[in-house]
Design a protein around this ligand. Structure first.
Ligand SMILES: [Zn+2]
Length: 312
């Protein structure tokens, strides 16, 4: 059911027909990924986003749409093509996102980065974030780290663990992002080790925030083991894996989303607390059940009268 992810995917990540899992290098057990689990939580914004991509593609291909409308067979083909557009657009976005992640990781490690004109503006925003928050490479404790919670049976990739220093226990919001309908309280910003997840988008504002981000950070924060495996031990239940590749996930004083945009960034502290973790944990049995459910044989049966006739 599985195939090995390519070398740029996180350590021990496995692409399955039920989404991403992590293969525990010790037990060989498959642990569901945090984001795969969160896919069980329906996100209202997804359908409108897909509809927007489809509508835009239709407008770009209006003459072809009109021609196709004249012939039933062409129409079927055209609709099929149109239906596939949002998936292609999203895959392209995800691919750009992972390129930005790898460039950011290279900066964290002080490694050289290959030129990537499309990723460059996002990487510039990342550099701006590092400069604005006075972050040096010494402050970055881990980057792109695979983390597991063996007890609860999930795994994930945490982007950055970084030591941040703030002058006060809370920080005010940037004025232009202040909400109108709720009080704009300053957000808690304790100094210490922070867990940060990077999000890239070419269209959403730097203030974009979704409820699954909160649960994602809570899940990563409550992972217990971090893996730092050498290249020969990147995949699955690797033979060469030993205790020296594992260490305990530290306590974080805060968790945040770092929205990278082509012209700016938004650093948003997030309440990834016990309640968020409890909500995430609630999705685990649901994901496990749904992924294990076999419904292909569940089809309409023949009525009793028909089976009686056959027996006669
Ligand atoms: Zn290992």
């Amino acid at each position: 059911m599985s195939e090995r992810d390519d070398q740029y995917d996180p350590q021990h990540a496995v692409a399955t027909d039920k989404g991403r899992y992590y293969c525990d290098p010790v037990s060989g057990e498959m642990l569901i990924s945090v984001t795969n689990t969160l896919d069980q939580h329906a996100i209202d914004a997804l359908a409108p986003a897909a509809a927007k991509v489809t509508a835009e593609w239709m407008m770009d291909n209006l003459p072809a749409a009109l021609r196709a409308a004249a012939d039933p067979d062409d129409l079927v083909e055209f609709v099929k093509l149109a239906k596939g557009q949002y998936r292609q657009a999203w895959d392209k976005k995800a691919e750009l996102g992972s390129r930005v992640h790898h460039q950011a990781e290279a900066i964290n490690l002080g490694a050289p980065i290959a030129p990537d004109p499309e990723a460059e503006p996002f990487v510039d925003s990342y550099r701006k974030f590092l400069a604005d928050y006075g972050i040096t490479r010494r402050d970055i404790i881990a980057a792109e780290c695979t983390v597991l919670n063996r007890e609860l049976g999930y795994g994930g990739t945490s982007d950055i663990w970084v030591k941040l220093r703030f002058d006060a226990d809370t920080s005010p919001l940037i004025p232009k992002y202040k909400p109108r309908k709720v009080p704009a309280d300053p957000l808690p910003t304790p100094s210490g080790l922070w867990l940060i997840d990077i999000k890239t988008s070419q269209t959403k504002p730097a203030s974009a925030m979704y409820d699954d981000f909160v649960m994602q950070l809570a899940a990563l924060r409550n992972a217990t083991v971090a893996l730092v495996c050498p290249p020969e031990c990147r995949f699955g239940d690797a033979q060469g894996h030993d205790d020296s590749h594992e260490f305990t996930v530290p306590e974080f004083v805060g968790a945040a989303i770092l929205n990278l945009r082509t012209d700016t960034y938004g650093f948003i502290p997030v309440p990834a607390d016990a309640a968020a973790f409890e909500a995430f944990r609630g999705l685990l049995p649901l994901a496990r059940y749904v992924h294990g459910l076999e419904l292909r044989g569940c089809k309409p049966i023949q009525p009793p009268t028909a089976t009686r006739r056959e027996a006669a």
